[in-house]
Design a protein around this ligand. Sequence first.
Ligand code: DSN
Length: 422
Amino acid sequence: MHCKLQRRESLKESDPEVFDLIQRETSRQEYGLEMIPSENFVSEAVLEAMGSVLTNKYAEGQPRRRYYGGCEVVDEVEDLAKARAKSLFGAEFANVQPHSGAAANQAVFEALLNPGDTVMGMRLDMGGHLTHGSPVNFSGKYYNVVAYGVRESDHLIDETEVRDLALKHRPKFIICGATAYSRHIDFAMFRRVADEVGAVAVADIAHYAGLVAAGVYPSPVPHCQIITSTAHKTLRGPRSGFILAQEGYARAINKAVFPGLQGGPHMHTIAAKAVAFKEAMQPAFKTYATAIIENARALSAGLISHGFNIVSGGTDSHVMLVDMRAAEINGKEAEAVFDRIGITCNKNTIPFDPQPPLVGSGVRLGTPALTTRGMGTSEMTTIARLMKDAVQSRGDDAKLRSLREEVRELSRRFPLYDYRLI
Ligand code: DSN
């Protein structure tokens, strides 16, 4: 058995409906500009590992302590992924089994808390994550959540607020990390405050993991006892999660992931994580991560030059939040206009947003995916102009069609996968 082309031919013949849908999605990714900051394009090596026969194997348990026979090969796969994760981030312990970032976070709650215990996390509507204590999520339903936000004056996390809340409510752990916070997170500060109240400091670096691995964003490893992440955002691996920790938390975390929450680990995805970790160790990955931030800064500066406001005034990372109110358009409308010209992003609340989450006053933009395609700062300047033109011409169908053509032309210059068919 060999070769991905043979595999694709067989899908085309056996299930043309699914094959066509995959082709349509390939085309959408190829001829649009992907600016959702949590998305990226994996290498063909990662795709190959994910599409491998490892998906066939059950391997509940840990390497050499499984509940199934025949695990001698997948044991080595998991060992390799764990060793690479530890080496990449300089961590003492890794669990690479979480199916996603949400599952990784849930495992930390399961490992450290009992239902009803108090925990601190960042408010979702100010940049936090659903699983950091949102009332509509397990984390907010079964635990007593105390939420911190950002300052109204500069949209930065406020140490005084974090410390005051921690001293008052004595959480068992404090989780930092965000989905829409563009600045450096002060992991040392979170550890200091956690120590002061006897809490564990947890960092969720799902968004920043690739930047952290490359050394272009601060690392929480020297500070926070437990770190959760996804593999598929700036780290450019398969869609999944993992957990790093100090050795003393290893047993509790392993037990929380399995049998606490999950059954069989997805060995094909774990192999793909190993591939991505190795890719992130290469010097070229540091160049890539550096370019992500340069591109984000160029995009942010371009948007500011066209009169848009960026929350906190700019970015230190891959992400930015654009406050659309100056352009007299809300986030939902802006997302729809950008969609029409082939720029994919997401509406987002901005701090102290007067709009509900399904409308939002902002859009969230990121540069990891476009940087993977090889785009640089001059393309970011062009994209800032395209966004400005789209917003200004939102009632003009002919102009939007011509902007869509410009986007298509730009994406043609930076092809994605070699085997694209359309
Ligand atoms: N949904 C992810 C994001 O878009 O940031 C976070 O899990």
